[in-house]
Design a protein around this ligand. Structure first.
Ligand code: FA5
Ligand code: MG
Length: 451
């Protein structure tokens, strides 16, 4: 029934995305549900929690030292998204399994860092914040979504402009001008480590220490602000609210465009939630952006993750809801950031779990034929198929079983899909309808054999 030899129509040569027409090639992999989210621009939508979160963070990076950019277009070149940031040619982030390609040299930005080099090159201010929608083929769960929002921040100092060319002294002076906070932050690692988190040759130990300290303080001030507002919001909603001990920690990280690098994690509802990545900007990035005399830091923060903490929003899909029961809870906040309240979930509708199990890899069984099933796909392909069929009705997709048949050597996978609308109870027939389409799409698009 699902013969893989069936002739398929010739692929189209162009695609329309957000009203613009693009030439496409065999790299094109942007599904319609992803393309249609470009027009939403939640980070600048009045009274939307992502936009409110952005404003609160912006208030901790004052103008004119920092300049804000909130309208950069999401279609960028691979040169902007990867090359300008020193991604090696074989970096997995470049693969079609992780990134949405318009054509072989044009992508939907996977991070706001895609605009770092251009913004450094324009050299309009000592610092900048870029907030925008970003796109990634990724897992599906309550803190991951294929479209989300990031805020990029950066601060530079120019060797040619600081007094006596002393960057370390200039950075320390700026650090001394920053406010302090009284939050406990776990930071067990040394600033640099020769193998795990090396210092750059172009900077002295002193300079690296100063830039790292300014970076960490700046970001801790954001977290302290979010925590204090989250507490206010919680108390406004629940006068008996008990303040829990919040835990925040710095861990070592790796990015091709910063060194040393870190991530900041917050313990939230029992799990460590990664909220941002950051580091000392690689001199190569600044050199390629024609500002070789500058030194500085950069970070990239997940706005949904911060908004979830701030308002206690339990599921990342809610940000895309147009239901008044969601949006109505944030009305007027753009004008009065002081009046934050916790989000009150509308009742949680029942979950509907459905399993799908299938064989992948070649089969020598059925009819003694030698026809091979392809198994040339990535778990993200499964996620995308499920999301393509069920949209936001899919809460979660998880692999529940995997084994290799001892005789045939074929692999079997089983996934459990949770169908649950945020807005109403799904009937079993509806869930079965989605599930049947998912099963069919897995066969048609991935060539698996259902069990
Ligand atoms: C980056 O994207 C780097 N560009 C960050 C950076 C910028 C590092 C500048 C150094 C200098 P990462 O892939 O870890 O890093 O993503 C950054 C943040 O985005 C994460 O910490 C998380 O908060 C958020 N994030 C990542 N993937 C998702 C997702 N699928 N859904 C929601 N939020 C996500
Ligand atoms: Mg990360």
């Amino acid at each position: 029934r699902y013969s893989s030899t069936r002739a398929s129509p010739p692929p189209p040569k162009e695609a329309t995305i957000d009203g613009k027409t693009y030439r496409i090639d065999e790299w094109h992999n942007v599904p319609p549900n992803i393309a249609s989210s470009i027009s939403r621009r939640l980070h600048v939508q009045k009274d939307h929690p992502i936009s409110i979160t952005r404003s609160i963070i912006e208030s901790k990076f004052p103008s004119p030292t920092y300049r804000y950019h909130n309208h950069l277009y999401p279609v960028v070149s691979t040169a902007q998204n990867f090359d300008s940031l020193c991604f090696p040619a074989d970096h997995p982030g470049r693969s079609k399994t992780d990134t949405y390609y318009i054509d072989s040299s044009t992508v939907l930005r996977t991070h706001t860092s895609a605009h770092q080099a251009d913004t450094f090159r324009a050299n309009l201010s000592d610092g900048f914040l870029i907030s925008a929608d970003v796109y990634r083929r990724d897992a599906i769960d309550r803190s991951h979504y294929p479209v989300f929002h990031q805020m990029e921040g950066a601060r530079v100092w120019d060797r040619a402009k600081v007094p006596s060319g002393d960057i370390a002294a200039a950075v320390r002076a700026d650090l001394a001008r920053l406010p302090t906070h009284n939050m406990t932050v776990e930071d067990p690692n040394p600033t640099t480590h020769p193998e795990r988190n090396p210092q750059q040759d172009s900077l002295s130990v002193e300079e690296t220490e100063a830039v790292a300290a300014h970076l960490k303080r700046s970001l801790e001030l954001v977290v302290a602000e979010i925590f204090s507002r989250a507490k206010e919001a919680a108390m406004a909603t629940d006068p008996d609210f008990k303040d829990e001990q919040l835990r925040v920690r710095w861990i070592e990280a790796y990015f091709p465009f910063t060194s040393p690098s870190w991530e900041l994690e917050i313990l939230w509802q029992g799990d460590w939630l990664e909220v941002l990545g950051c580091g000392v900007v690689r001199q190569d990035v600044l050199n390629r952006a024609d500002v070789p005399s500058q030194v500085g830091w950069a970070f990239g923060m997940g706005l949904e993750r911060i908004a979830m903490l701030l308002f206690e929003i339990p599921d990342i899909r809610l940000f895309w809801s147009t239901d008044e029961r969601f949006l109505g809870q944030f009305k007027g906040l753009s004008e009065d950031l002081g009046g934050l309240k916790r989000f009150i979930p509308f009742s949680k509708y029942p979950a509907c779990y459905k399993d799908v199990a299938f064989w992948i890899g070649s089969s020598s069984a059925a009819g003694g034929g030698t026809k091979a099933n392809t198994h040339d796909f990535h778990e993200n392909d499964i996620m995308e198929i499920v999301r393509g069929v069920g949209g936001d009705v899919v809460e979660d997709v998880a692999k529940t079983d995997e084994f290799t048949h001892p005789k045939t050597g074929r692999r079997s996978l089983c996934y459990r899909i949770n169908y649950r609308s945020l807005e109403r109870t799904l009937t079993n027939e509806e869930a079965n309808g989605y599930h049947e389409q998912v099963r069919r799409a897995l066969v048609e698009k991935l060539g698996v054999e259902l069990r």
